[in-house]
Ligand binder design. Sequence first.
Ligand SMILES: Nc1nc2c(ncn2[C@@H]2O[C@H](COP(=O)(O)OP(=O)(O)OP(=O)(O)O)[C@@H](O)[C@H]2O)c(=O)[nH]1
Length: 304
Amino acid sequence: MTDVYLLSGFLGSGKTSLLVNLIQHIREQGLKPAVLMNEFGAISIDSDTVGDSKDVPLKELLNGCICCTGSEKTEAQLQGLLEEYEVDVILIETTGAAHPVEALDAVYSPLFADRLDVKGIVTVADAKRWIERHTMSPQIRALFMEQIKHAHLLVLNKTDLLTESQLATVSMELANFNENAPIIQTSNAQVSFAYIEETLQKLQHLPTKPIISGKNLPLSSKLIVLEKPVQKEHFEQWVKALPDTVYRMKGYVPVEGASHPFLFQYAYGMVNWLPEYVKMDPSLVVIGEGIKDLEYVYPSSKQS
Ligand SMILES: Nc1nc2c(ncn2[C@@H]2O[C@H](COP(=O)(O)OP(=O)(O)OP(=O)(O)O)[C@@H](O)[C@H]2O)c(=O)[nH]1
C-alpha cells in the first residue's frame, strides 16, 4: 500500500512550502515520496528546492474539477506514478481553488481501492486570511471555509504575521469551526512529516480506509456493490432523493438490458452515464457526510 496525503488550502496559504518541507522529511526517513500537483506539468521538482540530490517523481493533476474528464486523467496520473516508480508516500497538492472533496474523488477510485492508503486531508490555513475572511466574496470565502472544514489536520500558517492575542483568537475560532481537526501553528509551514503521520494515525479507527471509517472525521466514503442490474430510471430517482451531503458518486453500475456495467458519475446534482466496453466489477464509491447506512434499494419485484 502507498500512503497518500492530500495537501489542501487556499491560494497562497503555504501548501508548496509545506510540500517542500515534507519531501525532505520523508526522504530523511528513508522513504520515497512522489508528488501529484495541479498546476504544473510532469516535471521533476528542482533538487535545489527540495534540498536533496535526487529528483522526486512528479505528475500533473490536470485540474481540480470534478468533471469526468478531469478525474479520469487524475486517475491515469496516479496509476502512472504507481506503475512507473517505487513510491512509499504520495503527496497530492491540490490547487488553492479546489474543494478537498474533489481531490479525494480520484484517490477513492475503485481502481486504487487496494493500492492506496489515504491518510487524510492536511489543510494549510492562512492565519491572516482567516482574520480578513470577511473581505472575501461570499463564494470564495465559502471555498476557503470548506477547505478548513474538511481538514483532518489543520496547519495554521503565517502565524508570524499575527500578534499573540490575534493568534489565540484565530486558534479558538478554528477549533470551534472544525472540532475534529488538531491544529498546529506554523511559520513557513514548518511541521515535521513525523508529526503529521502520527497525528493522522491517531485519528484512524480501522486498519484500512481511515477516512472512510473514522467516525470523528467529517467526510466518509462508502463502497456499494450492486449485485444485479438496476433500472436506470429508478436508480436516478434514488440518486435525486439523496441528501445534499452526498458530494460525489462514481463507479460501475450494471443496467438492465446492457451487457456491461456503465461508468456512472454523480457530482453536484448531475449524473453522467458512459458505456464501458470492458466488463468492470459493479461497485459504486460514494463520498459524503453521514452516509454510513446509505444503500441502494431495488424496487420490489412484481408478482406474476
Ligand atoms: N510571512 C509568511 N509568509 C509565508 C509563510 N508561509 C508561506 N509564506 C509565503 O507565502 C507565499 C505563498 O506560499 P506558497 O507555499 O507558495 O503557497 P501555496 O499555498 O503553495 O500557493 P499557491 O500554489 O499559489 O496556492 C510565498 O511567498 C511564501 O514565501 C509564513 O508562514 N509567513
